[in-house]
Each structure stands twice: as C-alpha cells, then as structure tokens.
Design a protein around this ligand. Structure first.
Ligand code: SAM
Length: 340
C-alpha cells in the first residue's frame, strides 16, 4: 500500500509526471510514500482522522474535501464500491482536463473497477503489481453519474452515506447492545467510534445521561451523525472528529459505550477493538463502566481483564456478546495519563 504501483509506473515511464503538475491524492493509505511523486504541488484528501493527522504531521497539505483545480488525481480504491466510484467522479471534477489514476488492491475490487471504467472511457495504460493494479485515463466527465450521493435517509429514516459503516441501516450488533443497555447509566460518557449516531441517539433517550461525546474518525460518518442528531436538538451531545484511541481527558467519564471497529480495510483486526478498550479504561473514572458489543469470536476478554477489575457478559447470542466492564485498573504505563 506504499504507492508501490504508482512508483513502478513512474520508474518505468508508463506515467510521466512533470514536477510542475498539481496532483491531488484521494484517500491514500497511511503508509503511502509521497516521496515517490516528483511533483511539488501535492494535496491529500482524507476523511479518516488518524491518517489525516499523519499526513498533516508530515507537512503535507491535507483536507477532507479537495476541490482542485488539479492536473492529476490519484484515487486509492476504498472498500466500498459506491465510495470508490464517487471518488473517481470527484477526481474528474477536480481535474476536468487532467489525468485520473486509479490504484487498488485486488481485494478492494480493482479488477471490477477496471472493467467498469473500460465501459465508460478509453484506458490509457495499466500495470499490475503488489497484488493489485493501477490504471489511468483522461478525465471526460464519464463518471459524473457516479458522484457520491449526499447523506440521505435509509431504513427508519436514519441518515447515512455510501462508504460509512453499516450504510444500509442499523448494525445488528448495535441493536443488540441497545436492547441490553443498562438503564442505570448516568452522568457524562462517550460513544467511541460512534459512526452515524445510532448508539448516541438511543443513549440520549435516557434522561439520567447528562452528556454524550460521540467520537468518530470517519468524517463522512460524523457528518451523518450530525444530521441524525440535529433533529433532536439535544444540547447534551458533542461530536468529535478524532481518533478514539487517543481522544479525551483521562479519568473524566462515568461511562463509555461502544461497538468498536474490527477491520482495517478488509482485514479483520482485533487489535483495534483492544485499543478502544484500553482507551475506555483510560477515559473512565475509577468507578466507571464500559459497555461494548462485539462479534462473539473476537478476543477481547484478556484485554478487558487486564484493564478492568470486573468483567461480565450482560447478554449475547451465537453472533454477538454484550460485555460490561467496571472499575478500570489504574496504569502507570509510560505514555498513559494517570486518572485523576
Ligand atoms: C463497528 S463501527 C460502529 C459504528 C456505530 N457506533 C454503530 O453502532 O453503528 C466502528 C466505528 O468506529 C470508527 N472508527 C474506526 N477507527 C476509529 C478510530 N481510531 N477512532 C474513532 N473512530 C474510529 C469507524 O469509522 C466506525 O464508524
């Protein structure tokens, strides 16, 4: 994912990139090595806050909504097919007379996207490398009808957008969590990885809850959350575009509720949920409570026992487990703020 395919295309001269070209990269991988690009005018668009911050720290101009104008737009194929097509449509809008480069892994559907593109445009070139493909063509507006739709209501009037988690409506695990949610939660808390706001909206039904911080890294999902929560006009909620593994003040919350992420791209990754659990333990007051839902097979119990004094299964079925963890253990590990 290091832009190896683009580097190869540049090295072999298949793609010729002038140092004066204005280039925009849409959603590159966090480990993308921008050093392979000879152009001086490089902008990155990213919706995922940890990756946005990574590029920002490197001094790369980064935005959530690139508008150009540009000469070349490089699109890294995301998991969602509709989002991928939407990004190509955006690329053509950013560089209407320019070159569009589409780059992706086989597992993210690059072959299907190449086939889809061939039905619309003349492909100028393509290369295969590193379990994926890169292809390029001149912008012509041929993808205009694929533009990412604005956030819009789906099932039960929840507002979502293609590409966000559970874009078709509420996630079954989150529904199971809400069904099992203890009524005893009160005071200030957070919904870590809050997505488009399903859990937070339900948490606000409890009048004993005085404040919910919805923390979400995906800018598009957070925008949908804002729309889903706007109608309730509830001033007990705050939205944060942030990395939940580092966000917030240690020892500041009574409770944390979450359906933590369990994938990096298409690869199952339990370490993400484990980092969320550790972050919840960091954020909670000494008598605080964490409630989470997880797919039954995910190995969270060891991390929960290491981070909390009490752990129990509140509810579950063969697919999901709803876990409650109380009383975070204090930690003197370097890099972790002590609870107050
Ligand atoms: C399993 S989904 C749950 C979404 C939502 N809570 C729900 O119930 O529908 C996990 C969410 O965590 C978000 N996420 C992933 N990594 C994150 C991070 N480091 N910080 C904050 N949110 C993150 C994802 O974008 C996704 O929306």
């Amino acid at each position: 994912m290091t832009l190896a395919r683009l580097a190869h295309a540049l090295e072999t001269g298949a793609i010729d990139l002038s140092s004066d070209a204005r280039i925009v990269l849409l959603e590159p991988a966090p480990d993308a090595d921008l050093g392979v690009i000879p152009a001086r005018d490089v902008t990155v668009q990213h919706s995922f806050k940890p990756t946005y911050d990574l590029f920002d720290t490197q001094g790369v101009p980064v935005t959530t909504d690139a508008t150009g104008p540009a000469d070349i737009v490089h699109v890294t194929l995301p998991r969602s097919r509709e989002l991928a097509r939407g990004l190509i449509a955006q690329a053509e809008a950013i560089a209407p007379d320019g070159q569009i480069i589409v780059d992706g892994a086989k597992t993210d559907g690059i072959d299907a996207m190449l086939k889809f593109a061939k039905d619309r445009v003349a492909i100028d070139g393509q290369l295969s490398k590193a379990h994926g493909k890169i292809f390029w063509f001149g912008a012509s507006g041929a993808f205009a009808d694929c533009a990412l739709p604005d956030p819009a209501p789906v099932t039960d009037a929840w507002i979502t957008q293609p590409g966000v988690f559970s874009a078709d409506g509420p996630d079954a695990g989150s529904e199971a969590l809400i069904a099992a949610l203890p009524k005893s939660l009160k005071g200030r808390g957070a919904d870590l990885g809050g997505g488009w706001g399903y859990l937070t909206k339900h948490l606000l039904d409890n009048p004993s809850i005085t404040h919910v911080d919805l923390v979400e890294a995906d800018h598009r999902a957070l925008t949908c959350a804002g729309l889903n929560l706007k109608n309730s006009a509830d001033d007990r909620v705050a939205l944060h575009w942030a990395d939940a593994t580092t966000w917030g003040v240690a020892g500041s919350l009574e409770w944390v509720v979450m359906n933590p992420p369990f994938h990096t791209s298409r690869t199952p990754d339990a370490s993400l949920g484990q980092q969320f659990i550790q972050s919840a333990a960091r954020l909670l007051k000494p008598k605080g409570t964490l409630i989470l839902v997880a797919n039954r097979h995910l190995p969270y119990e060891t991390t929960l026992s290491a981070s909390f004094s009490q752990v129990q299964e509140l509810a579950g079925d063969p697919r999901f487990k709803i876990l409650q963890a109380d009383q975070p253990k204090s930690s003197d590990k370097p890099g972790r703020a002590k609870r107050r």
